[in-house]
Design a protein around this ligand. Structure first.
Ligand code: COA
Length: 172
């Protein structure tokens, strides 16, 4: 399989290619995901996929047993000491795939790519995502108040972060 970043027990992460574009857009615009994220368009994702991925990368979560796609991450600031995880979307929810794939993502970022810090933001009422990030060892670093304007309503974002030393302490 091409472009594999890392493999776990049930899942692997691989770089997205052009054949994944429709899948990524369908996931982003599915109502159950859209309410929790800010989606991008086809042009934006095409540029990422066609780029050398030195700054941004679209990543597909794939089931090892079936080869089927199971979700999507977007990574940003790959040319910096800190990586931003901007989209975390699992298609088959509630099976532990979020936890397993996020663990793989952190493993690749800290053990392979040697980032100093990983971070993301999350709507303050997104209970499942908050559970996922806290149980993965991320720390609440702050609250951006009324920072998003969604359909006329201001929303708060929680900033979560994890440092390399915290990751290695949890995973020794
Ligand atoms: C958030 C998301 C990635 C989590 O992936 P998932 O595979 O559904 O989650 P998991 O099965 O790995 O469970 C993660 C945690 O949430 C809990 N959980 C899962 N489904 C739940 C539910 N319906 N209600 C309450 N808790 C739930 C699990 O028990 C687990 O808790 P723990 O870590 O304390 O043990 C996924 O639900 C998703 O794609 N949501 C929509 C998009 C989104 O919100 N993305 C995040 C943007 S910041």
């Amino acid at each position: 399989m091409k472009n594999i970043l890392i493999e776990g027990k049930r899942l692997r992460l691989r770089k997205a290619d052009e054949s994944d574009l429709k899948y990524i857009l369908n996931l982003e615009y599915a109502p159950e995901n859209l309410k929790f994220i800010v989606p991008f368009d086809e042009k934006f994702h095409t540029e990422i996929i066609k780029s050398d991925n030195s700054e941004k990368m679209d990543v597909i979560i794939e089931e090892i047993s079936t080869g089927n796609r199971a979700g999507y991450f977007m990574l940003q600031s790959l040319d910096s000491h800190e990586v931003e995880w901007t989209h975390v979307i699992v298609e088959k929810k509630g099976l532990g795939y979020g936890k397993e794939s996020f663990k793989l993502l952190m493993k690749w970022c800290f053990e392979v790519k040697k980032f100093h810090r990983g971070w993301l933001d999350c709507k303050d009422y997104n209970e499942v995502a908050i559970k996922l990030y806290e149980s993965s060892g991320m720390v609440r670093e702050g609250l951006l108040r009324d920072t998003l304007l969604t359909n006329g309503i201001y929303e708060n974002l929680i900033v979560f972060g994890i440092l390399d030393k915290e990751y290695f302490q949890l995973n020794k």
